[in-house]
Design a binder for this molecule. Sequence first.
Ligand code: GDP
Ligand code: GDP
Length: 455
Amino acid sequence: AAEEGFDIEDVEGAIEAAGHGPLPVLAVVGRPNVGKSTLVNRIIGRREAVVEDKPGVTRDRVTYEAEWAGRRFKVVDTGGWEQDVLGIDASVAAQAEYAIEAADAVVFVVDAKVGATDTDEAVVRLLRKAGKPVVLCANKVDGPSGEADAAYLWNLGLGEPHPVSALHGRGTGDMLDAVLEALPEAPEQTFGGAVGGPRRIALIGRPNVGKSSLLNKVAGEERVVVNELAGTTRDPVDELIELGGVTWKFVDTAGIRKRVHLQQGADYYASLRTAAAVEKAEVAVILIDASENISVQDQRIITMAVEAGRAMVIAYNKWDNLDEERRYYLEREIETELGQVAWAPRVNVSARTGRHMEKLVPAIETALAGWETRVPTGRLNAFLGELVSAHPHPVRGGKQPRILFGTQAGTKPPRFVLFASGFIEAGYRRFIERRLREEFGFDGTPIHISVRVRE
Ligand code: GDP
Ligand code: GDP
């Protein structure tokens, strides 16, 4: 590498950074108005429109990437969920439950000016049961005079309260140091060191696409092996289902079976649940109602799974309900709306009639295989060498940027680092991704390509 103009340490650093694998997840929970969204904004270091004045606004996005002291993690923001339907205690508890379930560590935000309320105490009980590491954030301590308020929160029994002003940034650095200590380096529970454990599937899709019907169909025809009781909730959350002779873990099925009817905030609730399921899963089976137009919501769910870096299968459901005209338009829509995930294996199913249910497992296996593919460095560079000489990057400003060499830094999903002599344009990056897919068959998986340019 050195003779190509890259320092060996740069190369190693780039590979390590690209190969990080799944990021640990931090959930921010607490009562309404304690400052969760303000804190999330602080943590992600952006003035994104997370804090909304209007109650009941729908936000699809609930996870954000953050970095502190060189470590990256994800933040799940629970601030956008409206509470008035279930009653405040029940909804704060439920919201916290979902977030805690998906998290590796939790920041519990309490309004230090108000002090601990009964609702706060209820959340504390949940946190205890869940057994995840907790960092207690005593928020709205805008100045030294508020420190005493924060100290009262020792009473919660969650250890040291960290006095913070999410609004002004006071104390957030110390709190984030504590967060980093609480977060695992790599989220063990997400990608379970349990070698040979059942593969984890998230069955996701917008309401009424047929998730519950599909689950009942697969669980009904095959044997439901076990209903696991989750540690924290009264409902079975994950279900082990035997399909094609293999046991699979369908994560978060309680949310599918249990029809929670919320008016306000229902979409947000669904997004949070979807995000939680995706975080826990290795492969997302995205269900789309083929009898209806592909919607923005379908696309957002797909984006969520892609951004989370999960393997993916797209199942077009209600196939029994399609006439010829609809089939024609569906194909056009798939081309125009879902072109960016053309790599995802596709199955056309009917949860009602059982059509093509047997194709689901092979599609999932294909996607997982793609997700885990590792290309040896020698093969990759032979391929890149040929590619670059047959299709050089366009000349720009009298120079021709060239890919010098590359390596696969990680899997699940596959991550590549390419080292180049100059800036590589987006079009050329896409071209490389396409050719990588053709050559190595990354069906069913997003792939990440980062490019390092020689200084
Ligand atoms: P959430 O409902 O828990 O997400 O709370 P928000 O982040 O929406 O904040 C609720 C209100 O508290 C907003 O008016 C914020 O500006 C305010 N707030 C949040 N953090 C602080 C803080 O550290 N100090 C003060 N004084 N106000 C804060
Ligand atoms: P979920 O909200 O995604 O869990 O969707 P459900 O499983 O509750 O299904 C929503 C509606 O679609 C119900 O009325 C189902 O009977 C219907 N449905 C589900 N799958 C199919 C299918 O394959 N064909 C037809 N025609 N209807 C279906």
